[in-house]
Design a protein around this ligand. Structure first.
Ligand code: GRF
Length: 204
C-alpha cells in the first residue's frame, strides 16, 4: 500500500480529484495517509475532514522556512508517507525538505512549463496571447516549478475565452493529469535521464 501525503493551502480541488480517484480504485494500492495545510482557513481541509481523512494545520507564518518544513516532514514521516503531492501548496520547499523525499514529491502547475512559472500562470498565458495552454505535473526539485515533467495536458485557448474560462478548462485537465502522474510514479515503470522521464516498454 502506498501512503500519499497531501500538502495544500487553499480550495483543494486537485486534492479532491485525487481522493475521488483513490476511493474509486483508479489509483490502485494507494491511500491518503494525511492532509496538511499551512493555512487554517483552507477549503481543502474541510473537504478532507468530510472524507474522514487525517488533517493537520502547520502554520507557516512567522517561521523560518526550514523550521516549518521540519514540522511538516515530521508529520509526513509519522504517517509513513511515501509520495508527497503538493496540491495548491503555496510554499517553496527548502532544499532540506526536497532531500527527504528524493523523486517522491510531485507538484501541479497550471501552465505548460517551462512557460509561465510562478503565480497566476493561467492569466500570464492568457495575457501573453498563447493559442495553446495547459498544465504540468512534475517532480519537485530545489527550484520553483522546475523538476522533471511527468504529465502535461494541453488546452486550446478559444477566441471567446477570458482568463477565467481558460483557467476553468485548465483545471478540468489538472484533475485528470494529477492522478495519471501519481499512477506513473507509483507503478515505477520509468527512468529519469536528465530532465526526461521515459516510460519503459513492457514486454507482453
Ligand atoms: C491549481 O491551479 C494548481 O495548478 C496550482 O494551484 C491551484 C490549486 O487549486 N498549483 P486547488 O486548490 O487544487 O483547487
Amino acid at each position: 500500500m502506498h501512503n500519499l501525503g497531501i500538502l495544500l493551502s487553499g480550495r483543494g480541488s486537485n486534492f479532491e480529484a485525487i481522493a475521488k480517484n483513490v476511493a474509486a480504485g483508479h489509483i490502485p494500492n494507494a491511500c491518503i495517509a494525511v492532509v496538511i495545510s499551512n493555512k487554517a482557513e483552507a477549503g481543502g481541509l474541510e473537504i478532507a475532514q468530510r472524507l474522514g481523512l487525517t488533517t493537520f494545520v502547520v502554520p507557516s507564518k512567522g517561521k523560518e522556512r526550514e523550521q516549518h518544513d521540519r514540522e511538516v516532514v515530521a508529520l509526513l514521516k509519522d504517517h509513513e508517507v511515501d509520495l508527497v503531492c503538493l496540491a495548491g501548496y503555496m510554499r517553496l520547499l527548502s532544499p532540506w525538505f526536497v532531500q527527504q523525499f528524493p523523486h517522491r514529491i510531485l507538484n501541479i502547475h497550471p501552465s505548460l512549463l517551462p512557460a509561465f512559472p510562478g503565480l497566476e500562470a493561467q492569466q500570464q498565458a492568457f495575457a501573453y496571447g498563447v493559442k495553446v495552454a495547459g498544465c504540468t505535473v512534475h517532480f519537485v526539485d530545489e527550484e520553483l516549478d522546475h523538476g522533471a515533467i511527468i504529465v502535461q495536458k494541453t488546452v486550446p485557448v478559444l477566441d471567446g475565452d477570458d482568463e477565467h474560462t481558460l483557467a476553468e478548462r485548465i483545471l478540468e485537465q489538472e484533475h485528470i493529469a494529477y492522478s495519471e502522474a501519481i499512477n506513473i510514479v507509483l507503478e515505477g515503470n520509468y527512468d529519469v535521464a536528465g530532465r526526461r522521464l521515459v516510460r519503459k516498454v513492457t514486454a507482453r
